[in-house]
Design a binder for this molecule. Structure first.
Ligand code: XMP
Length: 323
């Protein structure tokens, strides 16, 4: 019979056969898919797997540390952290266009990951290494590659690596749907904070600051977002709400009155949505008491923010994110 337990065992066995006694590298994004893929491969080949987490400085409050700790403790896998906040922020300086932000973040990510590869594999004389990816069945179908072989060899020309090093892809989630991936993750001991994590975009808070991304703005948004998430969790809404981006309108100012006097601060937008697959979404009717608590706390605790607004647009016509 087809159970989550034997799906996990079967994938672990397959990965063990595919990789043999070679080494593998896995980029963790913080999301469910890469974490479960990494956990399967860690079970299969132990410390011949190195996971890499590129910390781009665009994550939510305390998020990177929590992900690192949870992944390490539950899998025992080798995990290399690349602290690249400064590089990402330098590269993003002055940029306001959403697609340009995405391109820069994607490019910097690959750079950081390749540098990590060089450090991990640079001294070895291996000619083959394996790259773990959390590709799911719906991704496979969407890209038309249904036939099963995943030997797309991507030749990396990274200075410092053996010249003819080739990467073979390892995709242990290729036959699975998202809910099965979550179940396998739990089976392998990953905690709910990873396995039940709501969707979060790869470019992180970089696309939730409307305007230029700076460290100061990120810190303001991180505080507001942390309050919103805390209150949503406290109200027991994490499973009902698909996700709730908090967006900082960094170039907008409005007059307010806080404490002793007049302020000229920024608004944030709460964007709570319900959805099945993110292709369409409806704005979520949050309970008034929850919105009230979030609004009061953000404007009391984050001095730069003097207005909290709620986005009541469905998708379409709005997208879930603002950029
Ligand atoms: P939109 O804003 O297009 O978002 O309605 C749909 C879903 O995708 C997420 N999203 C992204 N995820 N990189 C990602 O990995 C991105 O650039 C990106 N943009 C949006 C968004 O959070 C939502 O779940």
């Amino acid at each position: 019979t087809w159970t989550i337990g034997n799906i996990a065992e079967e994938q672990i066995e397959r990965v063990r056969e595919q990789i043999g006694d070679h080494r593998a590298i896995c980029a963790l994004s913080g999301g469910v898919d890469s974490a479960v893929a990494g956990a399967i491969v860690a079970r299969a080949i132990g410390d011949r797997l190195t996971c890499v987490y590129v910390d781009h400085g665009l994550m939510r409050k305390n998020e990177s540390v929590a992900i690192e700790k949870a992944f390490r403790e539950s899998t025992g896998a080798e995990l290399k952290i690349v602290d690249a906040e400064k590089e990402f922020l330098d590269a993003l300086a002055g940029v306001t266009d959403p697609e340009e932000k995405r391109k820069i973040i994607g490019r910097e990510f690959i750079r950081c990951f390749e540098r990590a590869e060089v450090e991990i594999l640079g001294d070895s004389d291996e000619k083959v290494a394996f790259l773990v990816q959390g590709t799911l069945y719906p991704d496979v179908v969407e890209s038309g590659g249904g036939s099963g072989t995943s030997n797309i060899k991507s030749h990396h020309n990274v200075g410092g690596l053996p010249e003819d090093l080739e990467f073979d892809l390892v995709e242990p989630l290729r036959e699975l749907f998202k809910d099965e991936v979550r179940a396998v993750g739990s089976q392998l001991g990953l905690p709910d904070e990873i396995v039940q994590r709501q969707p979060f975009p790869g470019p992180g808070l970089g696309i939730r600051i409307i305007g230029e991304v700076t460290k100061e703005r990120l810190d303001i948004l991180r505080e507001a977002d942390a309050i919103a998430r805390e209150e949503m969790t406290r109200a027991g809404l994490d499973r009902d709400i698909w996700q709730m981006p908090v967006v900082l309108l960094a170039d907008v100012r409005s007059v307010g009155v806080q404490g002793d006097g007049r302020t000229y601060g920024h608004p944030v937008v709460l964007r709570p949505v319900t959805s099945e697959d993110a292709m369409t979404a409806d704005w979520a009717r949050l309970p008034y008491e929850v919105m009230e608590r979030i609004s009061t706390r953000i404007t009391n605790e984050v001095s730069e923010i003097n207005r909290v607004t709620v986005d009541i647009t469905s998708k379409p016509p709005g997208t879930i994110e603002w950029e």
